[in-house]
Design a protein around this ligand. Structure first.
Ligand code: PLP
Length: 438
């Protein structure tokens, strides 16, 4: 933090003198209560290597500074780790010469970034956005717009309400469209009616999917799925599930959309999860998180040309989508991602980490139901009687930040650049934490 900001007085204290209690008070009283953060801990910045975080925590002896392994990578958004020696100086230098302009005038990085996105994703056209949920909202628009004109069994357009099928327990973000795709009661409460024509079926259940197509015969516009349900607790479908759904959608002239916001950019051991499964190219994919190099919210809707051409001037837009900094960071991220072969790294290291975590589970019979995942996206499902939030708090005590989902699963998704010592530390922290529980 620049010296000047450190010395700014806020609520009677220079910022550098704020205690953990001061920070907590501000968050409790002024921040909307949307998460359940750890209470006695504050992250101060990057640690001594790319996968460590420097934290301050409250102890009996007062506040102490220490480091923990980042086992979450900002929900998979930090592929290179923190304070990357290539990304940070390059962006610093860019900031010194950067101008901020909107999409109504071109700039020097947008075209090259789009070309690189085309090579990297295999898709034809791109709509850059910022947060992941915005890309999902845009995908819903394309599905509705295109199928209104060209959908339905005979390709002459859906005349009724276009139906979009998604999966139960899915997570697609916090927009009203994304929320409409999700069945989570806490997310939906007080918001009904949500988007009409949204239907959720059990994930990894082809029969339910077929039934939904039959129930809405003639009006199914598209299917939107995560290749692996991350927030739900890293639920990996059967290898043939997504391919079968894709074939079903094709048969019904409905669009097949994958939300790769969390699974993309190497996380599951391939650039994109659909490539690992040998699927045909999806009609649309949404990407985000890691595509911003771990430093910027950058997302994108990527699609086949004829679909993306539903957008015409004034039908869509975003002030910061594809602005110079986003394009620069987006391009640099793909270049560095490929140079370091992060997809291969995630595959190889993920296999090691998953095996280590499974061995820990075996040492604690009855406490872990399953360790599952692909690449560096790993879920540890805890047995009844073990609370995931409690486990994640203990993990932090033992030097690893890893957050639970729904109190039943611990998600382990460290920066892909993590080394063996870091992975061993995660396994050790799980071992030590489980030993204290149950
Ligand atoms: N889609 C998936 C699969 C996600 O995992 C997330 C975030 O976790 C989102 C969409 C929403 O992304 P954002 O939080 O950037 O809006």
């Amino acid at each position: 933090m620049p010296e000047t900001l450190e010395n700014v007085v806020i609520k009677g204290k220079a910022l550098k003198d704020w205690s953990i209690a001061d920070h907590n008070h501000a968050l409790d009283t002024l921040g909307a209560h949307i998460y359940e953060p750890f209470s006695g801990v504050l992250v101060k910045g990057a640690g001594s290597n790319p996968y460590m975080l420097k934290i301050v925590k409250t102890t009996d002896a007062g506040e102490i500074e220490t480091e923990v392994v980042d086992g979450l990578a900002c929900y998979s958004a930090v592929p290179f780790g923190h304070n990357d020696p290539v990304i940070i100086p390059a962006v610093q230098a860019f900031l010194e010469r950067m101008a901020t302009i909107p999409r109504s005038i071109s700039h020097t990085y947008l075209g090259p970034w789009l070309e690189k996105l085309k090579d990297f994703t295999g898709m034809d056209m791109f709509l850059p956005k910022n947060g992941g949920t915005e890309a999902v909202e845009a995908a819903i628009k394309v599905v509705r717009k295109w199928t209104r004109a060209h959908g339905g069994p005979d390709g002459t357009g859906i005349t009724g309400t276009p139906v979009i099928i998604s999966a139960k327990k899915a997570f697609h973000g916090r927009g009203l469209g994304s929320t409409s795709l999700m069945d989570d009661p806490a997310s939906r409460e007080g918001l009904e009616p949500l988007l009409p024509g949204t239907v959720q079926v059990k994930f990894n259940d082809l029969a339910e999917m077929e039934q939904a197509f039959a129930d809405h015969q003639g009006n199914v516009a598209g299917v939107i799925l995560e290749p692996i349900q991350a927030e739900a607790g890293v639920i990996v479908p059967d290898d043939d599930y997504l391919g079968s759904v894709q074939a079903l959608a094709k048969k019904h002239n409905a669009l097949f959309v994958l939300d790769e916001i969390q699974t993309g950019f190497g996380r599951t051991g391939a650039n994109f999860a659909w490539q690992r499964l040998g699927l045909e190219r999806p009609d649309l994919i949404t990407i985000g998180k890691a595509m911003g190099g771990g430093i910027l919210p950058v997302s994108c809707l990527c699609g086949k040309q004829e679909l993306m051409e539903v957008f015409v001037p004034h039908s869509e837009g975003s002030t910061f989508g594809g602005y110079p900094l986003a394009a620069f960071v987006g391009l640099l991220t793909i270049v560095e991602f490929e140079k370091r072969d992060l997809a291969r790294q995630a595959k190889e290291k993920g296999a090691y980490l998953m095996e280590s975590l499974r061995k820990v589970g075996e040492r604690h019979p009855g406490k872990i139901k399953e360790v599952r995942g692909r690449g560096m996206l790993i879920g540890v499902e805890v047995a009844d009687g073990i609370d995931g939030h409690d486990l994640s708090e203990r993990m932090l005590e033992h030097g690893v930040y890893a957050k639970e989902t729904h109190h039943t699963n611990l998600r382990i998704a460290p920066p892909i650049v993590i080394d063996q010592a870091g992975m061993d530390k995660i396994a050790q922290a799980l071992d030590e934490s489980l030993a204290e529980m149950g």
